[in-house]
Design a protein around this ligand. Structure first.
Ligand code: BGC
Length: 745
């Protein structure tokens, strides 16, 4: 594998895959599409309509499902990606079913298809929507070439608790960052114009799933309508405005109502307020799970509740197939409800061009997988997603000394792919060890220390001896891929097994130690920081993680990732997020545990909102990340001091690269609404931009922020900008900078 080739290809990448914006609005059906929908619908029996509303996991079993497909009982399949089998499925549907309606083929293409990109949390750390869009486009090119025309992505669940395993699959804790990533992914998957490479996006999980109590997957949520509207719903709305064609309901119940039976969100918000005319699918058996929730007696009952709440397609409960016909006959479900659901499904199939083009070219598909420009994009994305959290000056590595590579993630081709990467093959992964051996022939000694992330070991004599013989130690640590993702919540977020002991043993040798952490979530690494001279946090970086990390360690690339989520000092701080509401007793650094005398008198005076043992602050705030260079911000100035609601705020400042390396800074704009009809967040991210600067370069920048972006759902339930005073920061993370003041009249 030639590194130079990848560098060159990454430079031409944006041009090669083409990523221009798609127009906002609904999924884009025009009158001709609608008349095709109606023409088809008018020919369908009730049974055929219900068949369209049924999705099955048909992995491998063409013969087993052939009869159902012929009878028109399979509107969609998931979990089959073999193009030969998919062609056969389509042939059965198109040529042997009465109406010849093609099948919509879905798959969890979450962060790449064959070429695996960093996990979505890592994608968010790039703060680079254009690059993320390119990655989604590449995923679509690979998947659609094999016949997959629908991905169950992007996951837009705001996650403020890193115990929740699925934090890996989303964009973290911030509504604005999540919304930008949502739009980027939708555009990438679906393309600017719908064609045979368009893969319908499915925004999920609607809604509130990431707020599971205690971070325990599938647990209850208790989100008020205001929290939903101000924090959890906006990314979905942004994605739908960008044209997302489908949406998936979530497993959780919110305040007692399971999402799959929640007409308020599925009808009032989604259809009536947002005008969504795409397809709503349940999550896997989430209709059936409403029986476990105690929200329905049996499959018939939950089928009725789901369809009447606004669900169009049933993933794997078979409740629609088994019971809708009798529910329509009894009058419990109106046929017009069924008709609308089928319209939503047919509309997507027509727009994707499935009727004209149900088959794929099996041979051509092979050439698309792992194409060099796809690998180059995956590498560039992995470079941008890594966050430099500490650097005492050891990085970038200089000179060509002896390098000890150690740790359970150094040569773990499967683990570096991360969660929910079903189609990525570990044989294509380039590990850090491989990349470093190629980069430094004859200089790299590899002693793994631990074979996997949970391994416990008493002594590290072999690694310590190897460290003593080296000039620098590179320790690749973290989590195996299986430790995050769905159903993989954790109550302890320290590095597992003996990884912290390994770092301590390495540190004791006195050799410089650089740690690289590949994980599915922000781990609590405070105890490890003193044992490392530098720390690069890469999440799970995907297929090309190795070359990307090698480039970063050697300085051929300069880290620019920023934390998309708050890094906790200890898990007991969860949930802790930067944009919390203003409290009545803001932290002002008062009494900590060690300041309290034995037998101290009872008092609450002087105490504020924090923990006696851990204070108020996280280990690293949202938006944080270092570079090999340093950036300096001038104090921003605004074009006015008072604005009308239709104005744009012009924010001017100078950003300087004050160090020796070329680098990219993510300049972030935060705002605080000082007084509202409701308590407002202490800060909210409202804009960001990546700015690349040469050493010594200063650039005058002007960002424009529409005042309308300050709107929120207030006490009266209306979304509007409330007049009054605001603070605004432009800074390199959420916990720095001095505010400027303005007001809205
Ligand atoms: C997950 C979804 C996924 C679906 C299909 C479910 O378990 O929650 O996110 O899309 O399975 O694989």
């Amino acid at each position: 594998m030639k590194r130079t080739k990848y560098l060159f290809l990454s430079a031409i990448l944006v041009l090669a895959v083409g990523c221009s914006p798609k127009k906002a609005g609904t999924i884009g059906a025009d009158a001709s599409v609608e008349s095709r929908v109606e023409a088809l619908l008018s020919q369908m029996t009730l049974a055929e309509k219900i068949g369209q509303m049924n999705q099955v996991s048909a992995g491998g079993d063409v013969a087993g499902y052939a009869e159902a497909v012929r009878k028109g009982q399979v509107g969609s399949i998931l979990n089959e990606v073999d193009p030969v089998k998919l062609n056969e499925f389509q042939r059965l549907a198109v040529e042997e079913s009465r109406l010849g309606i093609p099948i919509l083929v879905g798959r969890d293409v979450i962060h790449g298809f064959h070429t695996v990109f960093p996990i979505p949390l890592g994608l968010a750390a790039t703060f680079d929507p254009a690059l993320v869009e390119c990655g989604a486009r590449i995923a679509a090119l690979e998947a659609t070439s094999q016949g997959v025309r629908w991905t169950f992505s992007p996951m837009l669940d705001i996650a403020r608790d890193p115990r929740w395993g699925r934090i890996a699959e989303g964009s973290g804790e911030d509504t604005y960052l999540d919304s930008r990533m949502a739009v980027a992914m939708v555009r990438g998957y679906q393309g600017t114009e719908l064609d045979s490479t368009s893969m319908a996006a499915c925004v999920k999980h609607f809604v509130g799933y990431g707020a599971a109590e205690g971070g325990r997957d599938y647990n209850s949520t208790f989100l008020t309508e205001r929290q939903l509207r101000n924090i959890y719903l906006p990314p979905f709305e942004a994605a739908i405005k960008a044209g997302a064609m489908t949406l998936m309901t979530s497993f959780n119940d919110n305040d007692g109502v399971p999402s799959t039976g929640n007409a308020f969100v599925l009808k009032q918000v989604l259809r009536d307020e947002w005008g969504f005319d795409g397809l709503v699918v349940t999550d896997w058996n989430s209709m059936g799970e409403m029986i476990n929730h105690g929200f329905g007696e049996d499959r018939k009952d939950v089928a009725e509740k789901a369809v009447n709440a606004g669900v169009d397609m049933d993933m794997m409960t078979f409740g629609f197939l088994s019971h809708l016909e009798e529910l329509v006959k009894s009058g419990a479900v109106k046929e017009s409800t069924i008709d609308n659901a089928v319209r939503n499904i047919l509309r997507v199939k027509i727009l994707l061009g499935l009727f004209e083009n149900p088959y794929v070219d099996v041979e051509a598909a092979k050439a698309v997988q792992y194409a060099p420009e796809h690998l180059a994009a995956a590498q560039k994305t992995a470079e941008e997603s890594a966050i430099l959290l500490k650097n005492d000056g050891i990085l970038p590595l200089r000179g060509k000394g002896r390098i000890l590579v150690t740790g359970p993630l150094a040569d773990a081709p499967y683990e570096q792919l991360g969660t929910w990467a079903f189609d990525g093959q570990k044989e294509h992964s380039v590990t850090p060890l491989k990349a470093l051996q190629e980069r430094f022939p004859g200089q790299v000694n590899f002693v793994p220390g631990l074979m996997y992330s949970r391994e416990k070991r008493q002594n590290f004599n072999d690694v310590v001896a190897a460290a003593r013989a080296a000039d620098v130690v590179l320790a690749f640590l973290g989590e195996e891929a299986i430790l995050s993702g769905e159903a993989h919540s954790l109550a302890d977020l320290n590095l597992m097994g003996s990884q912290s002991d390994l770092l301590a043993a390495l540190k004791a040798t006195g050799k410089p130690v650089v740690a690289v952490i590949m994980a599915g979530r922000p781990l609590t690494i405070e105890r490890d920081l003193p044992n490392v001279d530098a720390l690069l946090y890469s999440f799970h970086p995907g297929t090309m993680g190795g070359p990307a990390l090698a480039n970063l360690l050697t300085g051929e690339a300069n880290p620019s990732g920023k934390t998309p989520v708050t890094f906790l000092r200890t898990v007991g701080q969860a949930p802790l997020y930067y944009n919390h509401n203003m409290t009545g007793r803001p932290y002002n650094g008062e009494t900590l545990l060690e300041d309290i005398e034995e037998g101290a008198a009872q008092t609450s005076l002087g105490n504020t909102s924090y923990y006696l043992d851990y204070g108020a602050y996280p280990l690293f705030p949202f938006g944080f990340g270092l570079s090999y260079t340093t950036f300096a911000y001038s104090q921003p100035s605004l074009d006015k001091t008072e604005y009308g609601v239709n104005d744009k705020i012009k924010i001017s400042f100078t950003l300087s690269n004050a160090g020796k390396y070329k680098g990219t800074e993510v300049a972030q704009v935060y705002v605080r609404d000082l007084v509202g009809s409701l308590t407002r967040p202490v800060k909210e991210l409202k804009y960001f931009e990546r700015v690349e600067l040469n050493p010594g370069e200063s650039r005058d920048l002007t960002f424009e922020l529409p005042v309308s972006d300050l709107a929120f759902f207030g006490l009266d339930g209306e979304k509007k900008v409330e007049a009054g005073a605001f603070h605004l920061w432009v800074a390199g993370n959420s916990n720095t900078g001095e505010p400027v003041h303005f007001s809205v009249k």
